[in-house]
Ligand binder design. Structure first.
Ligand code: SF4
Length: 456
């Protein structure tokens, strides 16, 4: 069972400020509009990295979940997805022409709701991808599923298309909580979906859960976690609900008084970590759980965990090409993001077959800090000598300011800063984003701006 030493309410409360999730460094807030389509194409063509991940964004959803902060378009019109695919396929063909020497190791369909697409639309998309990109034999093909508007046989269809990983949005199984977030769904159906996926041969099933939702209590969430035990997924992502109604209009439907307070929210998180570890899951990084046989758990044990825009991953050496509205890419030292509004995306694709809106070419300083933050997020430690060798710097002087701001953590015995290493104590595990903020050169520009969610 997981040692819950990291769960000290006094410490968690003291450090529970707002901060980035560090799925990238620098974060997308630093991307600039001087970055062009050509910059991105040049980055792909110059890159010597042959392994590639593809991320495809499907923005449509059948209905609005009130907790949602994603980039999505809510519609009942299935034909909107046909129009979208016309543009997306154009972008895929164009982008693939620069990737003839690359091998696809991983494909992820996210959203929005990828399962908004009909079987025919999904086939059209995958046939196009396989026609234009070179997929590795053992490539991971994953898709996010909304279990509300589909039939069980979609699972068979996805498997025949080559998908081997599923991620299902469960969030909470309590009817009152589901009503408050406008996401009523059948537990029996989710259970059938997962059983079907395991029968047809899916390699891995993930479910998403959220704590901190309206009307959640220890009693209701205990039952949700018991239900999870029945579902028996390979992986679980446990997210904290970030209530930012000033930024996300949908969240204004959730009344403040329905939400658990900070102490209750801590208790829900602790309950989840405790029960899931009792069920045999390893805690991965901050917010993922995996069965000990799962590749993520093995990667963590071997110090080989990595982090990208989808969270923790085992794929170290992959570049990422994001396709579709708002999709983010990372090619070596370059980040880019497509237009976020559908009409801008359509216009850009019509004119140029690509739709980069902004991006960033990482400076040497960005790369050094990216390395340090990634090591902390994935391995809870940084080897100073390694950083010095890799980047030809003197660690103590280069990070003099950051090291000064670590003193407060050292005083609380959360961080140990020796001559050779910075080690984050196990009890500070949930505060790792806060420790990383000390090394973030852009943080001072965002203080007091309410741009990020609370750490817990
Ligand atoms: S949570 Fe998912 S399904 Fe719900 S509105 Fe947001 S993107 Fe759509």
């Amino acid at each position: 069972m997981t040692d819950l030493a990291f769960f000290d309410p006094r410490i968690l409360e003291k450090y529970n400020t707002s901060g980035p999730r560090y799925t990238s460094y620098p974060t997308a807030l630093e991307f600039n509009s001087q970055f062009t389509n050509q910059d991105f194409t040049d980055a792909i063509e110059k890159s010597n990295t042959t392994d590639l991940s593809l991320y495809i964004h499907i923005p449509f959803c059948h209905s609005l979940c009130y907790y949602c902060g994603c980039n999505k378009v809510v519609t009942r019109h299935a034909d909107k997805a046909d129009d979208y695919l016309d543009y997306l396929l154009q972008e895929i063909k164009y982008r693939a022409s620069s990737c003839s020497n690359k091998v696809i190791r991983q494909l992820h369909l996210g959203g929005g709701t990828p399962s908004f697409l009909s079987k025919e639309q999904l086939t059209r998309l995958i046939v196009c991808l396989k026609q234009h990109f070179d997929f590795a034999q053992n490539a991971e093909l994953g898709i996010e599923i909304d279990p509300r508007e589909i039939k069980t046989d979609l699972i068979d269809h996805l498997y025949h298309l080559g998908f081997n990983r599923l991620s299902i949005g469960v969030q909470d199984t309590n009817p009152k909580v589901q009503k408050a977030i406008n996401r009523p769904q059948s537990f029996g159906f989710i259970s059938d979906l997962i059983a079907r996926a395991q029968t047809v041969g899916f390699k891995s099933v993930n479910i998403d859960l959220i704590y901190g939702l309206p009307h959640q209590t220890i009693s209701t969430f205990t039952q949700t976690l018991e239900d999870v035990k029945v579902l028996n997924p390979d992986r679980i992502s446990l997210f904290s609900y970030a209530h930012l109604p000033s930024r996300f209009a949908a969240q204004r439907k959730i009344r403040d008084e329905w939400l658990p307070n900070a102490i209750e929210k801590f208790a829900l998180m602790k309950l989840a970590i405790q029960q899931l570890s009792e069920q045999g899951y390893d805690l991965i990084g901050l917010d993922h759980f995996a069965k000990p046989y799962d590749e993520l758990a093995l990667a963590q044990q071997q110090g080989k965990l990595h982090r990208n825009f989808q969270g923790y991953t085992t794929q170290k050496d992959c570049n990422l090409v994001g396709l579709g509205v708002s999709a983010i890419s990372k090619i070596d030292n370059v980040y880019s993001q497509n237009h976020k509004q559908l009409k801008d995306y359509y216009q850009a694709i019509s004119q140029q077959s690509q739709a980069v809106e902004k991006g960033l070419l990482l400076s040497k300083d960005d790369k050094i800090r990216q390395y340090v933050i990634s090591e902390l997020m994935c391995n809870l430690s940084v080897d100073k000598q390694q950083v010095e060798t890799l980047f030809d710097i003197e660690f103590e002087s280069y990070f003099a300011d950051a090291l000064k701001s670590l003193v407060v953590f050292e005083n609380d015995q959360l961080v140990c800063n020796t001559q050779q290493q910075i080690n984050v104590a196990p009890k500070a595990r949930l505060l790792i984003r806060n420790v990383c903020m000390s090394f973030d050169a852009y943080m001072k520009n965002h203080l007091n701006q309410n741009r990020f969610s609370k750490l817990i």
